[in-house]
Design a protein around this ligand. Structure first.
Ligand code: FAD
Length: 504
């Protein structure tokens, strides 16, 4: 893939004497803080860090560090603050929005060595974990106590809890059990100036301003997370999942709203269209109905009695909404097989196309059908295929636009296609963000969603934590100049966005 075409301040700085001197000072300073093995600076060592899961955007960092104590993190940040070196924190690098992509002339601070589960207390149903612990590893550690950590991104075998906190990640079971922000009690972190800060508390309330929700989802721009206390919940006695088939995607979309309107909150409510089920079926043989235009997966969990009653009620609603076939998992193995298809949908897309561009926007559930129809029309407009697999219950859409990254024109069309989808989300009363963050990917779309004064308020929060703007700068919040430039380029339906903004 080629370098980004339109990222904010992402062009590599021309090598000059002062940049070289700064790099030399950085490496000398790092050598005083960390052992040699924890500092990567040769290009063959730093290139693997040039991107995250959004591989279309790349930038090799000046150096990568792998500290293993909080004191080292503090010292590294103080050094970079003194030298004016931008720092990008990194967990497992699975972000799909370029949040962990390095900054030119900057340092990547990897938390990969922070892998310890510090404490797991079944009595308080909490776990204190280091940020590099994988999401799934928390549930694995809690399993002997019949507990688990509910938010389950599809990337949970790889992604870190530090990354989850920074992206406020979601997953299949978040409809009923909440997102990361609802399952984290306390976060410990370090500011760019090297000060340790604690957000939230293990008690039901914390003293001072409630800043926990501000740091969760802040995309590594406010503090480097060094410890997280998560809530654990009891494993349900039973879970069963319905696979409901529809002969029309719009009917499937409307059925999602009907289930919720009937007063049911399923443990998971996911939707996949036919191109998605076809790709997945070839890959994992999940047992999907590949004849259906779309399928819904609706899970119920609880006691056996609760599950039996809810499955019955959900089946009735789904039939009334036009389901042509209802299959209920009859064993735990079958339930896991149905979910394994959903959880492997992204890699399955990778098998049928050289590249895919995963979008992530949210809309009111009642508009799912409308958006799916619009996406069908956009496929014709941009001459690219798109497959849909998403957290339908949350209205969180994940259209996967298929393209060939070797072809510049295809990539350009994929970007325009993606922006069009996100703007439709805004138009339908939703947001350009779902659960994958803004990163560098959605900077332009943020201009469409937020007014200049709202974006200034976001910068105000950033400045309160990081006045020098060195911690993951140029991510998530677009500058006024960028939005004006985007507005100048981007006339939609004859209307210029934010006509009040000065054009440069
Ligand atoms: C196949 C696939 C499926 C996915 N499915 C889902 C899904 O279902 N739901 C979902 O929400 N996401 C999903 N994602 C996206 C991604 O896995 C999540 O955003 C995840 O939380 C990123 O975690 P990470 O450890 O890889 O973080 P990274 O990619 O390393 O970083 C992500 C962001 O967090 C910051 N960061 C990381 N660690 C820290 C830290 N310790 N302190 C401060 N900032 C930090 C980085 O600077 C960056 O801005 C998926 C990704 C893939 C590749």
């Amino acid at each position: 893939m080629n370098a980004p075409q339109d990222a904010q301040s992402l062009a590599p700085a021309a090598p000059d004497a002062s940049a070289e001197q700064r790099r030399a000072a950085l490496l000398a300073g790092l050598a005083r803080i960390l052992p040699d093995a924890a500092i990567l600076w040769k290009s063959e060592d730093t290139v693997p860090y040039e991107c995250d899961g959004l591989a279309a955007y790349r930038q090799v960092p000046d150096a990568v560090v792998l500290p293993d104590t909080e004191d080292q993190v503090c010292e590294v940040l103080r050094l970079c603050h003194t030298l004016g070196v931008p720092v990008v924190p990194r967990g497992s690098g699975t972000s799909l929005s370029g949040g962990a992509m390095p900054i030119a002339g900057g340092l990547v601070l990897s938390l990969a060595k922070f892998k310890r589960i510090v404490e797991l207390d079944p009595r308080s149903r909490t776990a204190v974990v280091q940020p590099g612990v994988r999401n799934l590893a928390i549930s694995e550690a809690a399993a002997p106590y019949n507990l688990y950590y509910a938010p389950d991104p599809s990337s949970q075998i790889a992604c870190s809890i530090g990354g989850n906190v920074s992206e406020n990640s979601g997953g299949v079971h978040c409809l009923k059990y909440g997102l990361t922000v609802h399952n984290v009690l306390r976060v410990r972190g370090v500011t760019m100036e090297g000060d340790v800060v604690v957000f939230g508390s293990e008690a039901p309330d914390a003293p001072g301003l409630d800043l926990l929700a501000a740091v969760i989802g802040s995309e590594g721009m406010l503090a480097v997370v060094t410890e997280v206390t998560v809530r654990l919940i009891p494993k349900p006695q039973l879970a069963q999942v319905i696979m409901a088939s529809f002969d029309d995607v719009e009917k499937g979309g409307n059925a999602v709203a009907d289930v919720i309107a009937a007063g049911i909150i399923p443990a998971g409510l996911e939707m996949m269209d036919r191109p998605a089920t076809a790709a997945v079926e070839e890959f994992v043989h999940a047992g999907y109905d590949v004849e259906a235009a779309a399928i819904l997966l609706c899970e119920s969990d609880g006691t056996p009695e609760e599950v039996a009653e809810e499955i019955e009620r959900m089946s009735e609603v789904l039939r009334a909404s036009g389901a042509t076939r209802i299959t209920v998992s009859q064993s735990e193995a079958e339930r896991l097989r149905f979910w394994s298809g959903r959880k492997n949908a992204f890699p399955a897309a990778g098998r049928i196309s050289p590249d895919y561009y995963c979008m992530d926007g949210t809309i009111p559930r009642k508009h799912i059908g409308t958006l799916l129809k619009r996406i069908e029309q956009m496929e014709l407009k941009y001459g690219l295929r798109c497959i849909n697999v998403f957290h339908a219950g949350d209205g969180n859409m994940h259209p996967l636009i298929l393209f060939n990254g070797e072809d510049q024109d295809e990539w350009h069309r994929a970007e325009l296609f993606g922006a069009d989808i996100l703007e439709s989300c805004v138009e339908l009363g939703g947001t350009v963000t779902g659960e994958h963050g803004v990163g560098v990917e959605k900077l332009n779309s943020m201009c469409v969603q937020f007014s200049p004064s709202e974006r200034e308020a976001f910068f105000g929060v950033k400045a309160a934590f990081d006045p020098a703007r060195l911690l993951n700068p140029d991510k998530a919040i677009p500058t006024l100049a960028r939005c004006a430039e985007y507005g100048k380029m981007h006339v939609r339906r004859g209307l210029l966005p934010h006509p009040d903004l000065p054009r440069f």
